[in-house]
Design a protein around this ligand. Structure first.
Ligand SMILES: O=c1ccn([C@@H]2O[C@H](COP(=O)(O)O)[C@@H](O)[C@H]2O)c(=O)[nH]1
Length: 282
């Protein structure tokens, strides 16, 4: 540990042990705002985010705001995002900012300052990043995360069907692009206990991944449950022995039950229970 804060991986492992591994997404789609009877404006965005945080931030391990839905409203939307991060963390949830940043190293350093530097307005427990400008371009974010005790989730095997054309591509050395990303993450996390802070995004929609070594000693953020068709029962088959390190994400599958706070809680609790059952049988 370089900084004074306990590393993200250790904090995440404890949160998963205490609360279960479920991550609920805060994705204020225009269609969901309408379903909730809210206007597609900053006031609607604020009410939506507040409600989700109030409903679940005290019971799930992780909340994952999807930055795109806040950026849609410009600076006032970003202000709502800042507030949501602060309120979710105050309620005890870890916050993974889903902003999927990735750029040349010198610009990556600025993204790292924005999300991973303690005291920054958008400081989050972890950030999603894209390695597709080369894994090495992420070094400023890796360094900043080590310094501040934050984490990263690096896109490895994404949940969308289009991802394979890049991620399954085979390099000159015979290894796929995704396997290379996973190998870099395993190296970042080597020797970390109880869990490294450098995770991978691996879709729960992907079926059998036994040809990949998912044992990176870091968390595996698994979107795709609910609206994209995967279920908690799929997790053991998709992740094999790495299933204990999986942080399953559900966004629309929970959010469609709003705006009633009790109904959102019930939906989150139901997914959490289904995940527990799937893991117990694994
Ligand atoms: O491979 C990926 C990476 C990120 N996502 C994000 O997760 C949520 C999924 O939302 P659902 O409503 O549960 O489908 C969303 O924010 C995506 O941008 C992903 O789906 N797949």
């Amino acid at each position: 540990m370089t900084g004074t804060t306990e590393p993200f991986g250790a904090r995440l492992r404890r949160a998963m042990d205490e609360r279960g591994p479920l991550c609920v997404g805060v994705d204020p789609h225009a269609s969901l705002l309408a379903e909730w009877g809210l206007n597609d404006d900053v006031a609607g965005l604020e009410r939506f985010s507040r409600t989700v945080v109030e409903a679940v931030a005290d019971r799930v391990a992780v909340l994952k705001p999807q930055s795109a839905f806040f950026e849609r409203f410009g600076s006032r939307g970003v202000a709502v995002l800042e507030k949501s991060v602060e309120e979710a963390r105050a309620a005890g949830a870890l916050v993974v900012m889903d902003a999927k940043r990735g750029d040349i190293g010198s610009t990556m350093a600025a993204y790292a300052e924005s999300f991973l530097s303690e005291g920054a307005p958008l400081f989050s427990d972890a950030l999603t990043v894209s390695p597709y400008l080369g894994y090495g371009s992420l070094k400023p974010a890796v360094d900043m995360a080590r310094e501040s005790g934050a984490g990263l989730f690096v896109l490895a095997l994404t949940s969308n069907p289009e991802g394979g054309e890049v991620q399954h591509a085979v390099r000159a050395d015979g290894r796929s692009v995704a396997a290379t990303v996973l190998a870099h993450l395993a190296a970042e996390n080597a020797g970390e206990d109880p869990l490294g802070s450098f995770g991978a995004v691996v879709g729960a929609t992907l079926g059998d991944l036994s040809s990949y070594d998912l044992g990176i000693n870091g968390p595996l953020l698994a979107p795709g449950i609910g609206a994209q068709g995967a279920t908690p029962a799929d997790l053991p088959r998709v992740f094999g022995t790495a299933v204990r390190d999986v942080v399953p994400n559900v966004s629309r599958g929970v959010l469609r039950h709003g705006p009633d706070v009790a109904a959102l809680r019930t939906a989150a609790d139901r997914f959490a229970q289904e995940i527990r059952t799937a893991l117990a049988a694994a």
